[in-house]
Structures are given as structure tokens and as C-alpha cells.
Design a protein around this ligand. Structure first.
Ligand code: EMZ
Length: 392
């Protein structure tokens, strides 16, 4: 049996000429911008396309799964910038690189157990562990806590089989305890930084601190797990490219960017118009929900030559998988470091990499099209000898 995985041809191609498509997920119709320049312009123009809409920046909205406004994502500049600045130092490239060695050791221990054995479940045995342990390091928390977060699954509000699962009480209890402890005692970790930091001349309120924590756990885990699976699935399915990468480690960084472009783990995000306007060919009323199509922008043939092809040495690669403008993902450097470490350790320890079964890809049915979302199940075989690889 040959098992395959590839990124499907641009699922948004039918809508490029119009610039947008109208979607109805049962929330009332809204327009999604598909072309690169239109998505970027809207992402920068927070005066017209606001994020100051608690619970409603993510689509579908999350009134039913949380009781706090997520920060800083659900605000606009200048408040957004001031919120973000409180914790930004923790997520710089230099700050996250300090955790690379510890993560390498973790990845090695996982790979060594799986080498030359049965298939490994990439999402549960690798992705979830890397992401939660990486977060624990970045947030300044103990690695034991990461084991608890792993128990919350891939997404804190969703579960693969039944969809939305309601508020996550375990996560809320954890966030409340971490917040209250920091409010009482300060501390050097993420919550200590929030409890002692200044926002517009005052301290943060408890709900604001809870809002930061909520975003980290709801937005910062499934997205990275999705990218880890996409990277591994693609190389496991493309042995010639895998051999090429193994022969030239300088390709790791551009390969990660290219697979981020093609997989775009957050396919779109919402904004609301502050006034009537026309954008991307859509006539919009005031207070209309719109969506910035990051995955669509990343396939725009005007910007990316041969946009459907995965070219691991693509240069330049101006993808917007981490968004664009003031809200560009705060965890982008952490995600990139994790992806790089996973690939580098696989190259080192598991030169033989193959799909054990066809990856299961979740799709969203929109306007008559099946739009691929993330890989829902991925099982690969890891071998310590490169012997079976065609080029070695
Ligand atoms: C929200 C969103 C943002 C939301 C960067 O991600 O991701 C979604 O998966 C979450 O459900 O709460 O954080």
C-alpha cells in the first residue's frame, strides 16, 4: 500500500477574481477576503477592521466556551500594544532560543523510544508534548505542569469526535490559581509578569490576566501541533525532499516557512467593520463580521510563483501564516523554534521516515468547496538507518 499526503491545489482559486467569498456557518453570512494584498491591508487597518470585539475575533465566536476577553488579541492599538508589551520580552527570538536545548532533549527521548519500533502517533506522542513542554519553558513554569496541560488535549475547547466541548473547567481552575498566586506573590513567570506589570499607568485586573492565559492555551497549542504534523506528514510523504533536507541543514528554516505557508494552521480570523466600506470587492455595512483569509492569502498566485508547489528553498517567502500587522502572532518565534528542533532531531536520529497510514485531514465545507484544515491523525514510522531511502 502506498500512503500519500500532499497539500491540495489552492482551495480558494474559484474566489480569487471576486476577491472575497460569502460564507454562512449558521451565524449569518460574512465575507472572507482571499487575496494577499486585501488580507494584509485589512490586517493593518485596525481603524476600519477592529478587533475590539470580545469573544468575536475568532470564528465561530466563543461566548459559550469562555467568560473572559482574550488579551491582547481582542483589542486594538494603542491598548493592544500596551498589553502586548507587558509579556513581549518572553517571546522574542533570543528568549525562546534559550529553551531550545531542553526541547531537543525532550524530542530525542521521544524519538529514541519510537525508533525502529511500531508507528508513532505524531499528534499525541510528539506534537502535544513538544508544544506543552515548550510553553512551560517559555512561560517560566515547571515541566510537571506541562504534563497536566497535555491532558487538556489538542484544543482546549474542541474535541476531535464531538466538536465543541464547552468551557474547559480544568484549564479555568489552573488559570485562576496561577493568576491568584501571582496577584498575591508576584513572581518571575508569565503570570508574575502580568500581575506586576503596568498597563496605562495601572495594574492589570484579575480578568485581564485570565484573558492572557486563556489566549495562550486556546490559541497557542493546536496551531503549533498542526504545523508539526504538516511538516512531518509532508516530508514522510516526499522521500526525495527528505533526503535533500538531510543533506543540507540550511534548508530546515526555509522548509519550515514553506510548510507553514501551505498548511496555514489558523486559516482565517475575524474582524468587524467600524464604518460602511468596500474591501476586496465586498460592500460592507458598519459592524459587519469579516474574515482575513490567511491560508487563502498564502496561495495567492500573484505573490507566490507556483503557489501550490511545496518548494523547500522558496525565497523570498512572505507568507502570513502568523498573521500580519499589529496582531502578528506573539508566539511565532516559539513555534518556529519548536518546528526547527523537531526537524533537526528527526534528521539526526530518524533518517528513515515514512507514513504508516494515510493522514486524516479535517475539512470545512464552504461555498461548495472542501477547505482542508488541520491533520487530525498522523502516524509515521521512524527508522534509525537511512538504508531504505532512495538517495542514500
Ligand atoms: C483563539 C484563536 C486564536 C481561540 C491564535 O489563535 O485560536 C482558536 O483556536 C481559539 O479557539 O480562542 O485563541
Amino acid at each position: 500500500m502506498t500512503v500519500e499526503f500532499s497539500f491540495p491545489p489552492d482551495p480558494w482559486r474559484h474566489f480569487r477574481e471576486a476577491g472575497h467569498l460569502t460564507i454562512d456557518l449558521g451565524l449569518g453570512p460574512f465575507d472572507l477576503f482571499v487575496n494577499y494584498d486585501d488580507v494584509r491591508t485589512a490586517a493593518r487597518d485596525w481603524r476600519t477592521f477592529t478587533s475590539d470585539t470580545p469573544f468575536e475575533v475568532v470564528i465561530p465566536p466563543e461566548h459559550d466556551v469562555r467568560s473572559v476577553r482574550q488579551l491582547p488579541i481582542e483589542t486594538d492599538p494603542p491598548a493592544h500594544t500596551a498589553y502586548r508589551d507587558i509579556v513581549a520580552s518572553r517571546f522574542t527570538r533570543g528568549a525562546v532560543e534559550k529553551h531550545a536545548d531542553a526541547l531537543e532533549a525532550l524530542v530525542d527521548s521521544i524519538l529514541e523510544l519510537a525508533l525502529d519500533g511500531g508507528p508513532i502517533d505524531v499528534i499525541h506522542d510528539l506534537g502535544l508534548r513538544v508544544v506543552n513542554h515548550g510553553l512551560a519553558a517559555a512561560l517560566g513554569r515547571s515541566q510537571d505542569e506541562a504534563e497536566m496541560w497535555i491532558g487538556w488535549g489538542q484544543h482546549v475547547f474542541y474535541n476531535g469526535e464531538t466538536g465543541r466541548r464547552g468551557p474547559n473547567e480544568e484549564m479555568e481552575a489552573f488559570l485562576e490559581a496561577a493568576t491568584d498566586h501571582a496577584l498575591a506573590n508576584g513572581g518571575e513567570d508569565f503570570w508574575g509578569q502580568l500581575a506586576t506589570g503596568e498597563f496605562e499607568g495601572r495594574r492589570l485586573a484579575r480578568d485581564e490576566i485570565l484573558g492572557f492565559g486563556n489566549l495562550v492555551f486556546a490559541g497557542g497549542r493546536d496551531t503549533v501541533i498542526g504545523s508539526i504534523s504538516a511538516v512531518i506528514a509532508w516530508f514522510a510523504a516526499n522521500p526525495t525532499e527528505w533526503a535533500r533536507l538531510r543533506a543540507d541543514c540550511d534548508l530546515v528554516a526555509p522548509a519550515v516557512e514553506e510548510i507553514l505557508r501551505l498548511s496555514s494552521p489558523l486559516p482565517f480570523i475575524g474582524r468587524h467593520t467600524t464604518a460602511p466600506c468596500t474591501h476586496a470587492g465586498a460592500n460592507l455595512e458598519a459592524d459587519a463580521l469579516v474574515a482575513l483569509g490567511f491560508s487563502a492569502a498564502n496561495r495567492d498566485p500573484e505573490v507566490f510563483a507556483d503557489a501550490d508547489r511545496c518548494m523547500i528553498d522558496r525565497q523570498p517567502n512572505r507568507h502570513i501564516a502568523f498573521g500580519h500587522g499589529p496582531h502578528t502572532c506573539l508566539g511565532a518565534h516559539l513555534a518556529r523554534m519548536e518546528l526547527r528542533v523537531v526537524l533537526e532531531r528527526l534528521i539526526k536520529l530518524a533518517p528513515r521516515l515514512g507514513l504508516a497510514e494515510e493522514p486524516k485531514v479535517a475539512t470545512l465545507h464552504l461555498a461548495g468547496q472542501d477547505i482542508p484544515l488541520a491533520i487530525g491523525r498522523l502516524s509515521v514510522e521512524l527508522g534509525s538507518s537511512g538504508a531504505r531511502n532512495p538517495s542514500s
